[in-house]
Design a protein around this ligand. Structure first.
Ligand code: F6P
Length: 372
């Protein structure tokens, strides 16, 4: 933690802030490194790394550190997590206070930005974070640029967000490891993966990992359809089956398996076990369940996440240099572009049921849990 310093201390050029917000994922540090490299070495600016998302700007003294050229020299692009820390709680517009009440602390965050003398703020987040950061920016006149990150890959207007590729790689490796043990024991293996309201991880990893069944939130499933497919696989002479289920799938009545956390928040997780029990009951198959959970978020970023994060970081700083704000850096048609930030929060990017990947899955004979 460092004490707040006024812009007067910033010297020539711009002073920009950078923060990570929402759930962590692999590749965040590669994005931070790229931002620091471009801003400090490229433009001669100062970069203040704010700790724990907007929480760092709420604390007094402000919780931040200056990120110098050393950041771009060390190997932080290989590191998982975020060196700045993050949180997916603590919305400043409805901040949960220790006494159980909720308070609007947005002006404290805005005052923090002013105290640091930030000419611009680069926020690395998902759609929920951008909704909050954009509101803060509009209220406080903050020059904001967004870099999309989320393993769920559900930020609108970008084909890829930082962290998605690594999560898919981890889920695919899990299937690679489950397949031989499934075949050795004549078992049905259920793999539960993350993806709050979008099935991108399940769909991509399921295809890449040779799943027989892929269940995603965008397609309501019945356990009977899944059981019938497993019976079919058996009749075809195969002694095992691989089932990938996204944590947020819903049955035809729209019901999902959710868990109440001690903090009062509701999270997904648990559908894999419920599905495994139902399949064992219906098919008589020896069934085992693996819940991949946060393993998908940690660890080294893949080459792709490092590359995308680096490209996003450079473009974000160039946007600040050009005075283009309220923009989201995005990946479209094999290139880095920028779009209005509002597009990132307009609607989550769910799996398109007419997409090439859904057609690929159906073409491979993979059961998607429906009658199609
Ligand atoms: O949005 C990213 C994500 O990993 C989701 O896939 C998952 O549902 C959620 O975050 C888990 O959040 P937490 O880290 O609070 O358990």
């Amino acid at each position: 933690m460092a004490t707040a310093t006024a812009k007067a201390a910033a010297g020539r050029g711009k002073t920009i802030g950078i923060l990570t917000s929402g759930g962590d994922c692999a590749g965040l540090n590669a994005a931070i490194r790229a931002v620091v490299s471009r801003a400090v070495q490229g433009y001669g600016w100062r970069v203040f790394g704010i700790h724990d998302g907007t929480m760092g700007l709420m604390r007094r003294p402000i919780d931040y550190e200056e990120l110098g050229p050393g950041i771009s020299n060390v190997n932080i692009l290989r590191l998982g997590g975020t060196i700045l820390g993050t949180t997916n709680k603590g919305n400043p517009f409805a901040f949960p206070m220790p006494d159980g009440s909720v308070r609007d602390r947005s002006e404290e965050v805005i005052a923090g930005v002013r105290e640091l003398g930030l000419d611009a703020l680069i926020g690395i987040g998902g759609d929920g974070s951008f909704a909050i950061l954009r509101r803060l920016a509009q209220q406080g006149g903050i020059n904001l640029v967004g870099i999309p990150k989320t393993i769920d890959n559900d930020v609108g207007a970008t084909e890829n967000s930082v962290g998605f590729h690594t999560a898919v790689a981890v889920a695919t490796e899990a299937l690679d490891r489950l397949q031989p043990t499934a075949a050795s024991h004549d078992r049905v293996m259920v793999l539960e993966v993350m993806g709050r309201d979008a099935g991108h991880i399940a769909l991509a990893a399921g295809i890449a990992g040779g799943a027989d069944v892929i269940l995603i939130p965008e397609i309501p499933y019945t356990v009977e359809a899944v059981a019938a497919h497993i019976e079919k696989v058996r009749r075809q002479g195969r002694n095992f089956a691989l089932v990938v289920v996204a944590e947020a799938v819903k049955n035809p009545e729209g019901q999902r398996v959710q868990r109440q956390q001690a903090s009062g928040s509701v999270t997904y997780g648990g559908v894999g076990n419920a599905l495994g029990d139902a399949l064992a009951h219906l098919t008589g198959a020896d069934t085992r369940v693996t819940v991949l959970g946060h393993v998908q978020r940690g660890g080294q970023p893949t080459w792709s996440d490092r590359m995308i994060a680096s490209a996003f970081g450079i473009h974000a700083v160039d946007l600040v240099a050009a005075g283009k704000y309220d923009r989201l850096v995005a990946w479209q048609n094999r290139a880095v572009v920028d779009v209005p930030l509002v597009e990132a929060i307009a609607a989550p990017q769910q799996v398109d049921l007419d997409s090439a990947l859904v057609r690929t899955a159906r073409g491979l004979g993979i059961c998607l849990g429906d009658a199609a």
